[in-house]
Design a protein around this ligand. Sequence first.
Ligand SMILES: C[S@@+](CC[C@H](N)C(=O)[O-])C[C@H]1O[C@@H](n2cnc3c(N)ncnc32)[C@H](O)[C@@H]1O
Length: 281
Amino acid sequence: MNYRHAFHAGNFADVFKHVALLGLLDALRAKPAPFCYVDTHAGRGIYDLRGDSAQRTGEFRDGVARVLQAGDLPPTLADYAQRIRAFGADADGDLMRYPGSPLLARDLLRADDRAILCELQDEEAAALRAALHGDARCAVHERDGYAALKALLPPAQKRGLVLIDPPFEAQGAEFEAIAQALTPALARWPNAIYAIWYPIKLRETITPFHRWLGSEVGKADVLVTELLHPGNTPLRLNGCGLAILNPPWQFDTWLATWLPNLARLLAAGSDPTTRIEWVRR
Ligand SMILES: C[S@@+](CC[C@H](N)C(=O)[O-])C[C@H]1O[C@@H](n2cnc3c(N)ncnc32)[C@H](O)[C@@H]1O
């Protein structure tokens, strides 16, 4: 595997995914019963934005940096910006580090909540363990996240969230791997929220996955949200999406309170569009 998230940490796709992730976790925290957060592709937890990888692509400058530089943010984006600053800004407010999904989620765990974090690459898994400083609520599994869904679900906590955030090196074949893992996962833990991130290059590669979500995944409601840049070429990332199974109540309404605003901030002179749509309800 060649993928290293350090090249992409804090880019527009991370911002979109992480703001939505915080909202999903907030919704779980609205009830007192403990929940379990499962991250199938966890990454290393924290990324050095001053390091070679992040500096070489500079992707974070068109992502998180734009949000942090913006003046008037809606409350959801202001909360995200505050969390990011707390993780990685120096005394002058310059961003040095960017947190990945496991560390953002850990901040929202209560005493009885738990996290299961899977990461296949040994270096990334070791870095994640170090970043968690022995937090007993979080278990790092150095293993295939798809296989872990079969082996580790359902957790003892009856409620929870599964984030599936693969590198998509396999492109269209990744959707097949997701579908193969989701089917048994839903059978074992049908009431969990599942959030699946996907890149948008060619729309044609996404459509069959949406069709499958609409017809094949049991009784789950499926909400799709996307952040799109104009263009339809396989050569670059034209946008990204999240398919959310069993979304929290009124999650579509909540998304609409900040997503168009984020799209304008990240637009970089182009004309981005957003999508919030039920694939199945
Ligand atoms: C997109 S990154 C994850 C980013 C992270 N979820 C976040 O939001 O900060 C994908 C990660 O999955 C890891 N990975 C790739 N294939 C995997 C697999 N089959 N199981 C678990 N981890 C995998 C990669 O090493 C990489 O760190």
